[in-house]
Design a binder for this molecule. Structure first.
Ligand code: TXA
Ligand code: MG
Length: 541
């Protein structure tokens, strides 16, 4: 374990940091975007230590930082004219340009790719350290892999103290999100990661610029990422983050009905809410939001709630980078308050929730999602969740073709309450995100309301996506008979199955509407209570 030194940014300390870097050490340095964890870009072994310190997958390449344009030609096999035009306009600054790499760049830096990303940072401390080191510096963001990028020396210290040789403290980073990553390899320049330089600005210089599909959309399983960093979960607090699209009035109403949650909202909005909040800049000011975002994401876990609802910024200018980072923090879970109303439907087994969902579908044309089926989908072969589960529960939960052996996983996961909780913590966010995709699809296809039928609505957190929730309820003897008849099982097995769920009282306590499905209640009339609630909700809008 190295002894980490914290240096203030002075000429003397800059020289010291430069010397450590020349000798193959690791130093965190401030840049205008975020803090970077630097090493000599020509030293493959030093670069390997970066991956180890961050816990970063080694196929994710590093950006090489230079202090002047004359350092560029040695790093790449050719410098297209477009690169010079971009450098002229945006360097030093928050733009990384991908070019074909020269053989001076070790494999460890390029993650095995035949290209390399180059950037000239604008922060005076970064430029001074590169000069002091006398070599270009390979530097990813100076955070532990998976956590938000650091925008202060304190953030770096929290993640990497004892794992690196030094931290040069240059104060808070101005831009706050990482550089724009643009590739010039290929026919049309393409943004792989939006950042401090906006797509609009790039188009002013280059004309045609594409934005990679992965910037705003989840990668489909098995599709290779143009930028390896895009495929990893990023920027995530432990608290679940859900992005909420729509106006502030609708947001206020939506969170007003929720417990155990907080808001990530725009300036002047927090005090109008009755829940804890963090404000992240003015509504249409992408630059201000970018500056505050990562610090906010680091503080989210201090709010003491299970879910934080984030107002969705617009994608103009640097706003695109803010939305891109938020989507990753939220694992792409989005609620659209301008879209279909979402009704969470649950209840203990045998109460008849599917019957209720069907009634709503027939009578009111509500769409219907079977969450159990969706849940099975997240563990399909090729799903990014499978390697994560294999890492935790053993590689042998997958067969040779990579398919999940469900019973083996179940055996391992249900062997202790801790392991069951771990399985849930890993799978529930993926299920919720997928349900949010299905809701968006049904909403885009014209559904005015979507019923999400989920036995574990509350346990899985799917209720967090819903405008309101309803429970279908029936007394225990009635349910017992129904389960025995439906599944052809004896009283004992039916009883066991019922015991594994929340108690009926627990369901009723948590739900907004209760639908009684047993005599003397009339199920059609009871179900209309859900419709009435939906009407109330949508009418006074
Ligand atoms: O602002 C920034 O860019 C900061 C500061 C320290 O300069 N650095 C930074 O580095 O954010 P890092 O490693 O956290 O992110 C680099 C991103 C990753 O998503 C990586 O996959 C991508 O750039 N990248 C780097 N080289 C690439 C290449 N040759 N081809 C495709 N993507 C590349
Ligand atoms: Mg990073």
């Amino acid at each position: 374990m190295p002894e980490t030194i914290l240096w203030n940014f002075t000429p003397e300390n800059t020289e010291k940091a430069g010397a450590v870097l020349r000798q193959g050490g690791l130093v965190a340095i401030p840049t205008e975007t975020v803090y970077g964890l630097a090493a000599n870009a020509f030293d493959g072994e030093a670069a390997s230590r970066i991956y180890a310190a961050k816990g970063r997958p080694s196929d994710n390449p590093l950006i090489v930082h230079i202090a002047s344009l004359d350092q560029l030609p040695a790093l790449v096999t050719e410098v297209p004219e477009a690169a010079y035009r971009l450098a002229e306009r945006f360097w030093p600054g928050p733009l990384s340009i991908i070019l074909p790499r020269s053989d001076k760049i070790p494999d460890q830096v390029s993650g095995g790719l035949d290209t390399v990303a180059i950037r000239m940072p604008a922060h005076p401390a970064a430029a001074a350290v590169i000069r002091a080191a006398g070599v270009p510096l390979a530097a990813p963001s100076a955070n532990l892999s998976g956590s938000p990028s650091p925008t202060t020396a304190q953030h770096v210290a929290r993640d990497l103290w004892g794992r690196i040789d030094g931290i040069l403290d240059g104060g808070a980073c101005e831009v706050g999100v990482e550089s724009t990553v643009l590739t010039l390899v290929g026919d049309v320049p393409r943004v792989l990661r939006p950042g401090g330089v906006s797509v609009e600005q790039l188009r002013e210089v280059l004309g045609n610029v594409e934005v990679d599909q992965a910037v705003l959309h989840r990668l489909e399983p098995d599709r290779t990422a143009a930028s390896p960093g895009m495929k990893y979960k990023h920027y995530s607090p432990r608290t679940r983050v859900i992005i909420v699209k729509g106006g502030f009035a609708a947001f206020q109403k939506f969170v007003g009905n929720k417990k155990d949650c907080a808001a990530l909202c725009f300036d002047c909005e927090g005090e109008q809410l009755d829940i804890p909040f963090i404000e992240v800049g003015r509504e249409h000011d992408g630059a201000a939001q970018a500056h505050l975002l990562f610090d906010a994401l680091r503080r989210v876990d201090e709010l003491g709630v299970s879910t934080v609802y984030a107002r969705c910024p617009d994608t103009q200018g640097v706003g695109l980078a803010v939305v891109n980072r938020l989507l990753r923090a939220a694992a792409f879970t989005v609620v659209d308050l301008d879209g279909a109303a979402v009704i969470g439907l649950t209840g203990p087994t045998g109460a008849g929730k599917s019957t209720v969902a069907e009634l709503l579908q027939k009578k009111h044309a509500f769409a219907w999602i079977d969450a159990d089926q969706t849940a099975r989908g997240v563990t399909e072969t090729g799903s990014p969740l499978l390697p994560v589960l294999a890492g935790q529960f053993g590689e042998d939960i997958l067969d040779e073709s990579g398919a999940l052996l469900r019973s083996r996983l179940a055996e391992r996961a249900f062997s202790s309450p801790e392991k069951t909780a771990l399985l849930n913590r890993l799978t529930h966010p993926a299920v919720t995100a997928k349900i949010s995709d299905e809701i968006a699809r049904l909403s885009a296809a014209g559904s005015k309301a979507v019923v999400v039928d989920a036995a574990a609505l509350f346990e899985s957190g799917i209720d967090k996506l819903c405008s309101f929730t309803a429970v279908v309820s029936a007394s225990e003897p009635v349910r017992l008979k129904r389960v025995m008849a439906r599944d052809g099982i004896d009283e004992e097995s039916a009883g066991l199955r019922m015991k594994a769920q929340l108690s009926a009282a627990e369901y009723e306590k948590r739900a907004d509407v209760i639908v009684r499905n047993e005599p003397p209640f009339d199920l059609a009339a009871e179900t209309e209570e859900i419709y009435k609630r939906y009407k109330e909700l949508t009418e006074n809008e």
